[in-house]
Design a protein around this ligand. Structure first.
Ligand SMILES: NC(=O)c1ccc[n+]([C@@H]2O[C@H](COP(=O)([O-])OP(=O)(O)OC[C@H]3O[C@@H](n4cnc5c(N)ncnc54)[C@H](O)[C@@H]3O)[C@@H](O)[C@H]2O)c1
Length: 254
């Protein structure tokens, strides 16, 4: 064991030579996660419906296709010659009370936010175990831990991935596989901005207003979430298993 660990001094975050898969690679938080992992020395495969221009390998496909999700970890492992880190980041949001929700809202949300991470985790764990262990980081939401108003489908789906994280966190620690989740509040990404546009609001003005509701002074930038994902993916969080880490600038859900 390195001296720095024996003395209780945190090693610098390094993922030198590690192989990582990131889903939702072309989205706001996904791009920031990929950059953070690459800055720490990892080689990254990015999966998305759209091309990932920042990852080392772009894997294009629809996570709601079971065949794609089931084979994604193996596809990434072949492209990268191994797999150490898996980040389940892709997600969609459907807004409105349950009385306005369609079957498609429910089915699509659970397909992307719950079923795809289930399939990716199930296929990743044997690969990570065969390499001696690894880290899975799920991107849940603080709305999955403390449900916010008028988003029941989104909150239910994020509660499910939070629960899966806690279950797998204890089930697979003995294999050296740590499973944790980051739970952001509002983040300045296309997901958030599209919601304002759909309601006929100017996203920039709406975000300025929203900044005033956050005790730390602003909603999260994607990099502020990605740095916590990096921590959970790295050896700096080596004793964390099944944790739901809220990253909210001090703003509670209400
Ligand atoms: N933005 C926020 O305020 C916020 C807050 C809390 C949690 N989150 C979570 O963070 C994660 C990333 O969100 P974001 O804000 O970057 O969103 P985003 O919309 O910018 O990016 C999501 C990405 O996922 C991809 N994706 C969606 N469905 C897919 C599918 N079926 N197959 C393949 N790829 C698919 C999209 O193409 C997109 O590139 C999501 O899980 C989201 O729920 C976001």
């Amino acid at each position: 064991m390195p001296n720095s660990r024996r003395l209780g001094v945190s090693p610098l975050t390094s993922l030198s030579g590690q192989k990582a898969l990131v889903t939702g690679a072309a989205g706001g938080i996904g791009i920031a996660i990929i950059q953070a992992l690459k800055n720490a020395g990892a080689v990254v495969a990015g999966a998305d419906k759209q091309p990932s221009h920042t990852s080392d390998f772009s894997i294009i496909g629809d996570l709601t296709d079971p065949t794609f999700s089931d084979h994604l970890p193996e596809t990434a492992a072949q492209a990268l010659s191994g797999l150490d880190i898996v980040i389940n980041n892709a997600g969609i949001i459907r807004r409105g009370p349950i009385t306005e929700a369609s079957d498609e809202d429910f089915i699509d949300s659970f397909a992307v936010n719950v079923e795809a991470p289930f399939r990716v985790c199930r296929a990743s764990i044997p690969l990570l175990a065969s390499g001696g262990g690894g880290a899975i980081v799920n991107v849940a939401s603080c709305w999955g831990v403390h449900p916010g108003p008028n988003h029941p489908i989104y909150c239910m789906s994020k509660a499910a991935i939070a629960s899966m994280t806690q279950c797998l966190g204890h089930d697979h620690a003995h294999q050296g596989i740590r499973v944790n989740a980051v739970c952001p509040n509002e983040v300045d990404t296309p997901m958030l901005r599209s919601g304002f546009e759909a309601r006929g609001m100017d996203p920039q003005t709406a975000i300025q207003d929203l900044n005033g509701s956050v005790p730390i002074g602003h909603i999260a930038q994607p990099e502020e979430i990605a740095d916590v994902v990096l921590f959970l993916a790295s050896d700096q969080s080596r004793y964390m298993c099944g944790a739901l880490v809220e990253v909210n600038g001090g703003k509670p859900v209400f």
